[in-house]
Every structure is written in structure tokens, then in C-alpha cells.
Design a protein around this ligand. Structure first.
Ligand code: PEP
Length: 258
């Protein structure tokens, strides 16, 4: 991380876990053990039905609540979908877009790009997920693949708006598997993503972009991953479901200013 130039973000992705009642219990516990320092931003992306409960529970704290998806259309006949305005109105600050689990359900790069635009227009911070499969890695096309995903997700996003975008590098083979990328592997791809952003925009934009690593990050490996110069935080699945573990990851991000 480089706290001189960019924000650190520790974000939890709860996926399809915890009821609204469990969310309330978790937030009560988290608030009681939250570190007092303000060295990083904190987000919890909860299931849509728990957003209201989560927002109420973290009022007057510095925890931001996020969603895990949105629809790019402003309103209309999209049964089961949720618009960005609805998320903002419910109190969301963040939205995860392009998670590999949603890509596996058929979400395309074009749809992700439309969602990025919709999120930015609504004032949400999109956390855009990119990452290669094990097959891509073994075939030596990780950087090529991730560059393509970044370019397609950011298509036609103007320089002013790019400042709000967070990118999460999440190798698919490391998500929920307990198999974390080594700090060197994670750093290499995050550095590459920053180079892609530099080419698309300017070095100033690239230097200011928050890039996260996600994939089995936990309280044990977080410090070393977060010590890498181009890893500005984490997108954390499993370990964000346990308040004590999530707090330890927040603490691991309290590293010297480079
Ligand atoms: C994720 O879902 O984005 C994730 C990184 O999950 P986990 O930390 O459980 O690997």
C-alpha cells in the first residue's frame, strides 16, 4: 500500500451469508471491537435484504455499507433486480461489480461496464472485480486476461469519474479455496493493473487508484499481502463473516506510510 497517494480500503463481501438478524448481531459485535484509528476505509457488502439493517446498525460509525450487484437500468420491468438509485436511497456507499461468482452465472464484460457507469452516475463507489482462472495462469495469460477485463469494465469511463473506482484483483483459483496468491504473485498483477490504468488515463490517476487483493485473505496472511506497494487493501469473503477476524485484517492494514 502507499497511503501517501491513495486510500486503503478493507472491504468484506458477505456473499449469500447472514440473515438481517445475524447482520445486526455482527454489527453490534464489530462496533464494540473496532479499532479507533482511521488509517483505512471500511466497507461491508451485505445481501440486499440486509442493507437497511446494516446501514441503521453502522450509523455514526465509519463503516460504509455496500451491495454485491446492481442493475444498470434506472427502473422498469426487471423482476428481481435492484437499481443503483435504490441502493443509494437505502444508504449504500459501495457496490461490488463483476465478481467472478456473478461472471460464472453469465454476467458479461459489457454488462459489467454498463453497471460501472450506472454506479458512478448514481454516486456509488464501484468495486470492480477482475481475475484469472487457474487455466489462464497455467497458460501464462494472466496479465493479458486481467488487462482485457480492466479495459472492458472501464470503457468510456471519463477521467473525472475514474477517481471513484476501486479495482479488486481476485484470482478465481484463490477465492474461497484457502489457497492465497503469494504476496509476490498478487503484487505483480496489482502492479500490472496500475500500469493498465496509467495507459488508459494518466500516471496521476494510476497513482491515486485504490487496488485491492481478494482471494482467501485472512487475519494470518493480510499483513504481508497489504505490505506490497500496489495492494491498497483487501476484498475479503470468508474472513469478513467473523468480526474478530475482520478486525484483525483492519489492524493489519495499519502499516507505516511509505
Ligand atoms: C470474495 O468473495 O471476494 C473472496 C475473496 O472470498 P474469500 O476471501 O472467501 O476467498
Amino acid at each position: 500500500m502507499n497511503r501517501k497517494y491513495r486510500k486503503t480500503l478493507i472491504a468484506g463481501n458477505w456473499k449469500m451469508n447472514k440473515t438481517a438478524t445475524e447482520t445486526k448481531e455482527f454489527m453490534t459485535k464489530l462496533k464494540a471491537i473496532m479499532p479507533k484509528g482511521r488509517w483505512c476505509d471500511i466497507a461491508l457488502c451485505v445481501p440486499a435484504v440486509s442493507i437497511g439493517t446494516a446501514v441503521r446498525a453502522v450509523r455514526e460509525t465509519r463503516i460504509g455499507i455496500g451491495a454485491q450487484n446492481c442493475n444498470a437500468n434506472p427502473s422498469g420491468a426487471y423482476t428481481g433486480e435492484i437499481s443503483t438509485d435504490m441502493l443509494v436511497d437505502a444508504g449504500c456507499k459501495y457496490v461490488i461489480l463483476g465478481h467472478s461468482e456473478r461472471r460464472a452465472m453469465g454476467e458479461t464484460d459489457g454488462e459489467i461496464n454498463a453497471k460501472v457507469h450506472a454506479a458512478l452516475n448514481a454516486g456509488l463507489i464501484p468495486i470492480v472485480c477482475v481475475g484469472e482462472s487457474l487455466e489462464h495462469r497455467e497458460n501464462g495469460i494472466t496479465e493479458e486476461w486481467v488487462s482485457m477485463q480492466v479495459k472492458l469494465a472501464l470503457k468510456d469511463v471519463d477521467a473525472e469519474k475514474i477517481r471513484k473506482v476501486v479495482i479488486a484483483y481476485e484470482p478465481i483459483w484463490a477465492i474461497g479455496t484457502g489457497r492465497t496468491a503469494t504476496p509476490e504473485q498478487a503484487e505483480a498483477v496489482c502492479e500490472h493493473i496500475r500500469a493498465v490504468v496509467r495507459k488508459l488515463y494518466t500516471s496521476k490517476h494510476a497513482r491515486a487508484m485504490t487496488i485491492l487483493y481478494g482471494g482467501s485473505m485472512n487475519e494470518k496472511n493480510a499483513y504481508e499481502l497489504l505490505a506490497q506497494p500496489d495492494i491498497d487493501g483487501g476484498l475479503i469473503g470468508g474472513a469478513s463473516l467473523v468480526a474478530e477476524k475482520f478486525v484483525q485484517i483492519i489492524e493489519a492494514s495499519n502499516q507505516p506510510i511509505a
